[in-house]
Design a protein around this ligand. Structure first.
Ligand code: CMX
Length: 436
């Protein structure tokens, strides 16, 4: 199928039948248990939801529809002259489970370009946000302004039927994905470039290159970085704060704009997506603290301990699921080795890759002392001149919207119900176990 909607529609019946059969065969089986500690402990590793677009292995890291990041880099279509996969292609893969052909991606790119114009009033809303409002708050505001065009909301109000929800959600998802780069670029230009906006070249450039262009970056290798960046941040299975929020809010049949905006509010937290901003702040502070001292293991170790002793976490390290170095870190490291091997900040990040795991292991609290995706991204952006670290989570958000939207379309196609886990009080737990 050339068309994404048709390609997706072709997948739905088999998947629906598969799930029906699984429920019939294994419906009574226990998938995971939940201890009292887990109930108090953020439900870590409780298997209590399904999520089709990606799966995270604690040792190996993320697989998108079964494909590792290096496999995606090899197999997904690229832009002419580019070395990294196109995020449009990753979106196709996440949605359909199939590696798209170049012709399929060209058709999707045309479709996205045709949808990319911002509806009336959105730029006014963005322009009206107060100076100094965090870029993530501006991004979320922009998404809510885009909600005026939601097909799901409009059709629901008219009385659409349940079997059509996914079609409305796909429409919303495609419009949202097509429009978010311009919203995000406007946030950048408004906040850091005096409101001097750069017109979109949608249709002429691929989504990543156009986003980079609207921000003011036109080098081919920055466009390639954007493609890699938008691919690797898109999806990280279903339980992380942003993905789970999108799923949860969507389960109330709130449309894709509401759902993704809610997910962005979660991504804006320092233990989640904001960690990429925190890492850069930390690295800059570290360079200052070093002063004239050499950048070596001994001096960096001391600064890491100072961070821990002041009660802070070391940003960019640790993970709730991963127990090894994040492959999203590794592919960014490879990008750096190829494009900026002599950059001072990259050297600092490289040295910290050796130092921090030792420090965190010695501290003895963390389950995973290795770096995650956020430990590396800022240094790459910095190299190309995107130095405003409070913007970094917005880039993460543009990417995360793609993965979570792909999953949201499936949620509606599979007619997943309202999410509503049962909670209990501490008193209930005391009574429940009193006589056991
Ligand atoms: N520095 C210092 N202490 C850390 C730490 C770090 N990088 N990572 C974990 N810890 C601490 C935890 O705060 C916890 O301490 P307390 O028992 O005092 O509360 C203890 O080690 C055990 O935590 P854990 O089970 O290893 O990790 P969690 O699953 O609770 O948390 C995460 C995971 C990511 C929030 C945590 O590792 C962290 O805060 N890392 C730094 C922030 C960061 O990089 N976040 C980005 C993650 C990727 C993303 O979502 O973008």
């Amino acid at each position: 199928e050339q068309d994404l909607k048709a390609a997706f529609a072709a997948k739905v019946p088999a998947m629906t039948a598969d799930i029906k059969e699984i429920k019939e065969k294994f419906g009574d089986q226990v998938l995971g248990t939940c201890t009292v500690t887990q109930a108090y402990g953020g439900m870590r590793s409780v298997k209590a939801m399904t999520y089709e677009t990606s799966l995270l292995d604690s040792e190996e890291g993320i697989r998108f529809r079964g494909y590792t990041i290096p496999e995606c880099q090899e197999l997904l279509p690229r832009a002419p002259g580019g070395l990294e996969p196109l995020p449009e292609a990753l979106f196709w893969l996440l949605l359909t489970g199939d590696i798209p052909t170049t012709a399929q991606i060209e058709s999707l790119q045309q479709d996205l370009a045709a949808r990319s114009k911002l509806p009336a009033g959105v730029t006014d809303v963005l322009d009206a946000t107060p100076a100094g409002l965090h870029p993530m708050s501006q991004l979320t505001t922009g998404l809510l302004a885009l909600q005026q065009d939601s097909l799901m909301a409009r059709e629901y109000a008219k009385g659409t039927t349940k079997n059509l929800y996914w079609e409305h959600t796909l429409e919303d998802a495609l419009n949202l994905i097509a429009r978010m780069p311009e919203v995000a670029a406007r946030v950048y230009r408004k906040t850091f470039k005096g409101g001097k906006y750069i017109p979109s070249k949608a249709g002429e450039l691929d989504l990543s290159a156009n986003y980079a262009h609207m921000m003011g970056f036109d080098s081919p290798s920055f466009a390639d970085l954007m493609r890699l960046y938008l691919c690797i941040h898109s999806d990280h299975e279903g339980g992380n704060v942003s993905a789970h929020t999108v799923r949860l809010v969507g389960s109330a049949l709130s449309d894709a704009y509401y759902s993704v905006a809610a997910g962005m509010c979660g991504l804006a937290g320092p233990l989640h997506g904001l960690a990429n901003q925190e890492v850069l702040n930390w690295l800059i502070g570290m360079r200052k603290a070093l002063g004239d001292l050499p950048m070596n293991e001994e001096n960096l170790t001391k600064i890491c301990w100072d961070t821990l002793n002041s009660g802070k976490v070391i940003p960019g390290f640790g993970h709730a699921v991963l127990r090894k170095t994040d492959p999203r870190y590794m592919c960014q490291r490879e990008f750096a080795l190829k494009h900026l091997p002599d950059d001072e900040m990259f050297k600092l990040v490289s040295l910290l890759y050796e130092v921090v795991p030792k420090v965190l292991t010695e501290q003895g609290k963390v389950k995973n002392p290795y770096p995650n995706v956020d430990a590396h991204s800022g240094v790459l952006l910095q190299y190309y001149g995107l130095t405003e670290q409070s913007y970094y989570t917005v880039l993460f958000g543009v990417s995360r919207a793609m993965g979570t939207c792909a999953s949201l379309v499936w949620d509606r196609a599979l007619m997943l119900p309202l999410e509503r886990p049962k909670s209990v009080t501490t008193g209930w737990i005391k009574n429940h176990f009193a006589n056991k």
